[in-house]
Design a protein around this ligand. Sequence first.
Ligand code: PNS
Length: 158
Amino acid sequence: MRKAVCPGSFDPVTNGHLDIIVRASRLFDEVVVAVLINKNKANVFTVDERIELIREVVRDHPNVVVESSHGLLVDFCRARGIQAIVKGLRAVSDFDYELQMAQMNHSLAGVETLFMSTNPQYAFLSSSLVKEVATYGGDVSGLVPDIVLKQLRERLIR
Ligand code: PNS
């Protein structure tokens, strides 16, 4: 069985993330969305909330499962027999750090990283920007799934 992981903070999941997850699900038998816990980041949604939101938006994709992870991504991959990490690349600015992580993960555990070009429609999109725009009442519809939009409106709009 060919398995891939789509890792991230997903605070919250955006349509850009979703596009990569769904495209990866067409290439692999199973895609595990790994919600990574980064204690250094201030999050709007708890890990359980983020997982629930992602599960809701991928529910029509039976080969996508959603889990959380506290540690190294390569340990998560080893424990689940995952051969590849799939990441979206939005712009050249993403590349330096992503390449560094890909090379570190390969050197640690031989896990391959596959970069998928982000749909140009979502090239400017990030969870951080979505939260900032939503905080000031800006319109982020079309950038996040409807269920996320609803949650953001309830929590963030001042
Ligand atoms: O959505 P993000 O915050 O840009 O995702 C970054 C993430 C979570 C994929 C990255 O920080 C990660 O893989 N964290 C897990 C811990 C780990 O394995 N660190 C070493 C990376 S080489």
